[in-house]
Design a binder for this molecule. Structure first.
Ligand code: AVJ
Length: 346
């Protein structure tokens, strides 16, 4: 390597320095991919051949879908991200004080924007900064890890390309005195009640006694506020929903015609969940060649693409407690739109 050009030697040193603090690991590699690809295919086929039809919410997140989601977070109607950010700014210092030095592990880390609030709090208390980010999207994972390393000179990052399930199965004991597993952004809302319970059980298995679980969840509120958040006036949420068909087309060699579907989102008050659907505008067929699957849709027929559950803080605390995840602290905003819970494993 040439050291003659001061500018380039400077930037390459900086580059090497960042690489030294970064470890990237792919769990979705050839060995595990064959089985996960199989499950994936059968999940898509099962969802599209049952009545009513459905597709799993994680198909929103190809590269374009992740970009659209970042746009959603900034929409005036989408109060969730803004409100959770405000709560984290209020409580981050208490969290860092309560837990002491901690390795931060985050499920579904995405752009890691809100994580910075926590990193700052640990940093201000003089705690070492160690962060394990976990996401299925390798692109956003690597980009945000590098951005964090550039901004936090003493941070160590272990980025894991993985599903939640695989990652939780192979979490190694923390090298710091404790660990905090973060699952913020109300992603829990995508899980049905039964799946939620199974997920909490996986968390308690992955953590050691005394370690922490930080959970961010959207709360039940008026139908108007909720429905506006999922039917924004700029149509970004509609584009996000429709992009799922694009993603399936790309991935499974399909021919869904996006112009023949419309976005539908409403609050199901009995189930306390937003439901997003794609509604067929006319009778039509679509084929996913890689799956050897042709489906028929009647005019007006819907495909369920997401549930987004809205929680009750008391009930959720009981559920966590029942699983051995003891709620230590709960924070909300003044309007009680969103909640952040710090739990400790018994
Ligand atoms: C990322 C699952 C929390 O449910 O609000 C945003 C995804 N869907 N707009 C949510 C989403 C439509 C989001 N979560």
């Amino acid at each position: 390597m040439s050291m003659s050009n001061p500018a380039s030697s400077n930037s390459s040193t900086q580059f090497e320095e960042i690489e030294n603090r970064l470890q990237i690991e792919h769990l979705l590699n050839a060995a595990t991919l064959s089985t996960s690809a199989l499950t994936e295919k059968s999940d898509v086929i099962a969802g599209l051949t049952q009545k009513p039809k459905s597709i799993q919410a994680r198909y929103f997140y190809n590269d374009y879908g992740s970009q659209l989601f970042e746009q959603i977070c900034d929409l005036p109607e989408y109060y969730l991200t803004r409100t959770e950010t405000g709560i984290l700014q209020e409580c981050a210092e208490s969290i860092a004080e309560l837990t002491g030095a901690c390795e931060l592990v985050e499920l579904g880390s995405g752009s890691s924007t809100k994580t910075r609030i926590l990193l700052d709090a640990y940093d201000q208390l003089g705690h070492p900064l160690r962060y394990q980010s976990i996401d299925v999207s390798a692109g956003i994972l690597e980009l945000s890890a590098k951005a964090l390393l550039a901004d936090y000179p003493s941070l160590q990052v272990h980025a894991l390309v993985s599903t939640y399930e695989l990652a939780l199965k192979q979490l190694k004991p923390s090298s710091l005195p404790s660990r905090i597993l973060c699952f913020i952004g109300s992603s829990l809302g995508n899980l049905k009640a039964q799946e939620c319970e199974e997920f909490f059980a996986q968390i308690t298995k992955a953590l050691q006694g005394g370690e922490y679980f930080l959970l961010g969840i959207d709360l039940h509120k008026s139908k108007d506020v909720l429905e506006a958040a999922y039917n924004d006036s700029q149509g970004v949420t509609a584009a996000f929903n429709l992009n799922m068909l694009n993603h399936l087309n790309q991935r499974f060699d399909g021919n869904f015609d996006l112009t023949q579907f419309e976005h539908l989102a409403f609050y199901n008050e009995t189930q306390r969940q937003i439901e997003m659907h794609l509604r067929s505008l006319r009778p039509q067929t679509a084929t996913l060649r890689a799956l050897d699957l042709t489906i028929e849709l009647a005019a007006g027929e819907t495909i369920l693409t997401e549930i987004s559950r809205k929680f009750d803080l008391n009930r959720l605390q009981q559920e966590l407690q029942a699983q051995g995840l003891k709620p230590m602290h709960v924070w909300t905003d003044a309007k009680e739109q969103f909640g952040v819970l710090l739990c400790r494993l018994n």
